[in-house]
Design a protein around this ligand. Structure first.
Ligand code: HEC
Length: 134
């Protein structure tokens, strides 16, 4: 009888250990999956942004990010803004310079709405400074 109880006790311990092991394994899988899919948002310092560019990043996040990816070349509603000023031409073929891009921001382009009524000239300048960092 005693031995029987002992065996039962050992089996329950074994079961407990196994279920803990499964839980740990599940947690590790979950964490690694999350790590792969959701890239942590980099801070302004990590991106090396100066104060003007950091201000531009806020504007971008509020008004542009929903349609334009800043750090991935994936398209959203509009084309990616990654390295937009590193290339000589915009996706439409217009020259990639401050004059053109600020005009697009103010007046819109194709299906893109204009922001001339929403953003101050200073915010547009900050935005351009930030976009040069992409
Ligand atoms: C509602 C979605 C939407 C928002 C918000 C938006 N855009 Fe766009 N944007 C587009 C689309 C769509 C295009 C492509 C339009 C086209 O070329 O016909 C575009 C094109 C552009 C282009 C490239 C134009 C070219 O000549 O190829 C730039 C630069 C741009 N957007 C900047 C911005 C900036 C900066 C903001 C934030 C102030 C912004 N966009 C907000 C949808 C959007």
């Amino acid at each position: 009888m005693r031995f029987h109880l002992f065996v039962l006790f050992m089996e329950s311990q074994n079961f407990y250990l196994k279920s803990m092991l499964y839980r740990c394994a599940a947690l590790i899988v979950l964490v690694s999956l999350l790590g792969c899919n959701v890239e942590r948002r980099k801070s302004d310092v990590e991106l090396g942004l100066n104060p003007q560019q950091a201000a531009g990043r806020r504007v971008y996040d509020n008004y542009c990010e929903r349609c334009h990816e800043p750090y991935s070349s994936r398209g959203k509603k509009g084309p990616s803004m990654k390295e937009v000023f590193k290339k000589p031409f915009l996706p439409s073929g217009l020259p990639a310079n401050d004059e053109r891009v600020s005009e697009i921001i103010r007046s819109g382009h194709g299906t893109m709405p204009g922001f001339g009524q929403v953003l101050t000239p200073e915010q547009v300048q900050d935005l351009l400074a930030y976009m040069h960092s992409l």
